[in-house]
Design a protein around this ligand. Structure first.
Ligand code: ASP
Length: 341
């Protein structure tokens, strides 16, 4: 039987860097050459091919343009590859995974993002386990069908739904968490898939949506934020969508000028999405007096979505140019398993 064919897409990040022993600094290296130093890859029961962005980047430098490049690689290799492993810096991995989950509509193959906290050449590296297991997960099939058919992040023994994850630690090998959704797989003595949790797209053909609207702003509310500053940010020229990160279950100070400032832009047809600053739990507008005003004026609840996911979903939805009622309706639906309904 034909072995699964996995495409490794290198976008940059620590995993493919080497340490300059004189200065101690990390620098980018030829990823193909690095892979040749991992003989374990030859033991995997699949064939592999690698491709790199022409200019691999620390993930802090990645933008929607790079998400488009990743999507383009996936689209152009979709017929011949059975799965994709995207090697990516951890800093913005949750943003890229969220964005790709919306851009790759009708995805029926695995796209697993992984990376590492230490370079692949370091003695204590976490890169080898992350890479090898991500490839094994991407190659898992049943009756010739890939088992995983969505955008995921694999890091430190756990496979997460990409649009449910967030980076939680810059030091520990366990750099990611998915507070509102259980892991999709765990790697122990066995690789155990939580089969009933796996996402299945209602569409059977991949359709890549490349436009992501960049005229969105993310505002974190904090005690002491003045109404003047809030107004200033909301009235920035060209704004087409706003995500506000509020307290607890979606609460904002009861200051009338805050509500007026938000109302003004909602009336202009600019969608405002409310997500919580808490790592886990959900926005529930109207539960407290401090969120009743938001609900009444039509702020969209982001439910239990991560900030990364809400931002990417807003960029995606606004790009259809169908008005704020459309955006609201789509925020009330799960497009790629990003929200609990
Ligand atoms: N700064 C790096 C990046 O995100 C960290 C990492 O690779 O994990 O590209």
């Amino acid at each position: 039987m034909k072995k699964p064919h996995i495409l490794l897409v290198y976008t940059g990040g620590t995993i493919g860097m080497i340490r300059d022993f004189s200065s101690g600094a990390l620098r980018a290296f030829d990823f193909d050459k690095l892979l040749k130093q991992i003989p374990e890859l030859n033991l995997l029961d699949c064939t592999m091919e690698t491709i790199s962005l022409s200019e691999p980047q620390d993930s802090s430098n990645l933008s929607p343009t790079h998400w488009g490049l990743m999507a383009e690689i996936i689209e152009s290799h979709y017929a011949q590859a059975d799965g994709f492993v995207v090697l990516h810096g951890s800093d913005t991995m949750a943003y890229s995974a969220s964005a790709l989950s919306f851009m790759l509509q009708g995805l029926n193959k695995p796209v697993i993002l992984t990376g590492s906290q230490l370079p692949i050449g370091d003695l204590r590296t976490d890169a080898k386990e992350n890479l090898i297991t991500a490839i094994q997960l991407a190659a898992m099939a049943q009756d010739l069908e890939p088992q995983i058919q969505e955008v995921c992040i694999y890091f430190e023994y756990k496979l997460y739904r990409g649009n449910r994850t967030t980076k939680i630690n810059a030091e520990h090998f366990q750099a990611f968490a998915s507070f509102n959704h259980p892991p999709l797989a765990e790697s122990g003595v066995h690789l155990t898939l939580a089969k009933d949790l796996l996402w299945r797209s209602p569409h059977k053909t991949l359709k890549v949506h490349y436009q992501m609207n960049r005229s969105v702003i993310l505002i974190k509310i904090f005690p002491g934020l003045t109404a003047d500053l809030l107004k200033y940010m909301l009235n920035a020229p060209g704004i087409e969508g706003v995500v506000i990160e509020t307290f607890g279950s979606g609460n904002l100070p009861n200051i009338p000028e805050f509500l007026e400032a938000l109302q003004e832009i909602i009336v202009k047809g600019i969608p405002v999405v409310n997500v919580t600053q808490c790592s886990g739990g959900s926005v529930e507008q109207g539960l407290y007096e401090t969120s009743q005003g938001l609900k009444a004026m039509g702020v969209i609840s982001g439910g239990d979505m991560t900030t990364e996911s809400a931002l990417a979903k807003l960029m995606y939805l606004i790009s259809f140019d169908q008005g704020s009622d459309y955006v609201r309706a789509q925020f009330g639906r799960s497009l790629a398993g990003e929200i609990t309904l």
